[in-house]
Write a protein that binds this ligand. Structure first.
Ligand SMILES: Cc1cc2nc3c(=O)[nH]c(=O)nc-3n(C[C@H](O)[C@H](O)[C@H](O)COP(=O)(O)OP(=O)(O)OC[C@H]3O[C@@H](n4cnc5c(N)ncnc54)[C@H](O)[C@@H]3O)c2cc1C
Length: 480
């Protein structure tokens, strides 16, 4: 492989030094894979030339955004292509055209000046990119009202493995084959949930005008996103945040079913361990909290809320500063949980993103507690309760791979039986790709192979994510 040849042919940078390869060997998961090269393209032509170089040298190509992914989806052994220079933003009345490398934080700042906002809001805040959000089908607290990335993706432009630019939706051969495969899907095999980042979202495509949605949650395995058109919303005039306290997680979960009927903009859960890190006083008997945010019909909704719920209203905030402070505490739950559990004892995030129909939320929370007790591991839980999506962090001194896999298999079997998904927003990555077949069954998984083959017949793009090569062995590499 002659790296100089690639460097001379592109305007961007090519890195092969030890330090850069180390930096790109990790993301926000516990996995590590050292790439062979890192390319930071300046132009679309650079991306195309990199793909041709990779094909010639039999290297894989994996796109990377902010590296905030939690399941190792941006890690691979070939070329990592960092899209930070694709940073154009154009704002229109109801949508934004945005480059894949734009950081969510930069977009938020510009949108705010125009009185607008983007619906999906991952708790990682400003650090993730649009390409990464599309790659994982990211969502966040406000996805309850405004949808996940897939629901807001109006158009996407990708570079395919063969180096061709493709806009979706369009009447192209590839778009037509997506529709053909989508029509063969048994939609009953898909989880019956409000958000899902597992496998390929063939269920979201019913005709050619929806073919852009297949790129959401595809983790860079079908094409490299260079730009997208995303729906935007008017900033609400006012928001109110109500903090509810509960004596048991079951009561909190049951209340969620009543609260969603009031159309809150967010409905979040934090457990007792996470509460300990919030700088506020809570009555002794309170074991968990719900955050309920409204951004419309506020007076009416708050009074309906107090008549509807079994929990106690502990705090109400309508000033921007207090609301932001309480959201910061909620959004730091992952950091708190790692601090509480001591990161040296943290188990890989495999069962951390399950999502179930809302009527099964209590069962999901109780299942997590039962699993932790049975395997003698410690547990922290928080998440997007209104969507039935709970993040579960486990810690144990016993980091044996067999135990981790046993926990995951037992847990996922029950989640799937509840018609849930093994991942609501973080994706499959290294952590969960081997469970995708279990989620969908043999027939749908075969359609996934066909889809991958249509877009990327030589398995160049982010191999071993979502679908495993037919005779692959488990290659997970933990950084523990
Ligand atoms: C503290 C913390 C909190 C988080 N909270 C949330 C949350 O509330 N909700 C949520 O959904 N997620 C959350 N996440 C996960 C993460 O932030 C999201 O998955 C995010 O969308 C990843 O964006 P990124 O730019 O960092 O992507 P990366 O991690 O760099 O990549 C993620 C995936 O997208 C692919 N990808 C990246 N760019 C492109 C491109 N241009 N074309 C094609 N594929 C591409 C990569 O190959 C990879 O498969 C959290 C993470 C952390 C660390």
């Amino acid at each position: 492989m002659n790296v100089e040849v690639l460097q001379r042919s592109i305007r961007g940078r090519v890195f092969s030094d030890r330090q850069t390869l180390e930096n790109y060997s990790v993301d926000s998961s516990l996995y590590q894979i050292r790439p062979s090269l890192v390319v930071v393209p300046k132009t679309i032509k650079d991306i195309i030339k990199t793909l041709l170089f990779a094909t010639k040298n039999k290297l894989s190509v994996t796109p990377r955004g902010g590296g905030t992914g939690l399941v190792g989806s941006a890690l691979n052994s070939g070329i990592i292509i960092d899209l930070r220079n694709l940073d154009r933003i154009r704002i229109f009345q109801n949508h934004v055209e945005v480059g894949a490398g734009v950081h969510k934080g930069s977009l938020d700042q510009i949108l705010e000046k125009h009185g607008k906002f983007l619906g999906p809001n991952p708790s990682v805040g400003p650090y993730c990119t649009i390409g990464g959000m599309i790659g994982t089908n990211a969502s966040g607290s406000r996805s309850l009202k405004y949808g996940s990335t897939i629901d807001n993706l109006l158009e996407v432009t990708i570079i395919t493995a063969s180096g061709k630019m493709l806009k979706l939706p369009s009447r192209t051969r590839l778009a037509q084959s997506v529709v053909k495969l989508a029509r063969q899907v048994d939609r009953q095999k898909y989880p019956q949930v409000s958000k899902n980042s597992c496998g390929y979202r063939l269920d979201a495509v019913s005709n050619i005008s929806e073919t852009q949605k297949i790129i959401a949650a595809s983790e860079g395995t079908l094409g490299i996103v260079v730009s997208a058109k995303l729906r935007i919303y008017d900033l609400p005039k006012k928001r109110i945040l109500v903090i509810l306290g509960y004596e048991s997680i079951k009561k909190a979960a049951l209340d969620c079913q009543k609260i969603v009927k009031l159309r809150p903009s967010a409905l979040e859960f934090v457990d007792h361990n996470t509460m300990k890190n919030i700088a506020a006083r809570f009555p002794y008997e309170i074991k968990c909290l719900l955050y309920v945010e409204f951004d419309a019909n506020i007076g009416r909704n708050v009074s309906l809320l107090s008549n509807t719920i079994a929990g106690q209203i502990l705090y109400k905030f309508s000033d921007k500063k207090s609301i932001a402070k309480w959201w910061t505490a909620r959004n730091s739950a992952l950091y708190f949980s790692l601090k509480n559990l001591l990161s040296s004892k943290t188990l890989p995030h495999i069962i951390e993103d399950a999502t179930v129909p809302l009527h099964s939320l209590a069962d999901l929370l109780l299942l997590a507690e039962k699993t932790a007790r049975r395997h003698g591991v410690r547990l922290v839980m928080y998440g997007h309760a209104g969507n039935g999506n709970i993040h579960i962090r486990l810690a144990s001194k016993n980091k044996c791979k067999k135990t981790i896999n046993t926990i995951a298999k037992e847990f996922f079997t029950e989640v799937i039986a509840m018609k849930g998904t093994i991942t609501g927003e973080h994706g499959d990555g290294i952590a969960r790709t081997k469970f995708v077949r279990m989620q969908y069954g043999h027939r749908t998984y075969e359609l996934f192979y066909k889809l991958k083959n249509e877009f990327d017949p030589h398995n160049l793009l982010n191999p071993q994510k979502i679908v495993l090569a037919r005779h692959s062995r488990d290659r997970q590499q933990l950084r523990l």
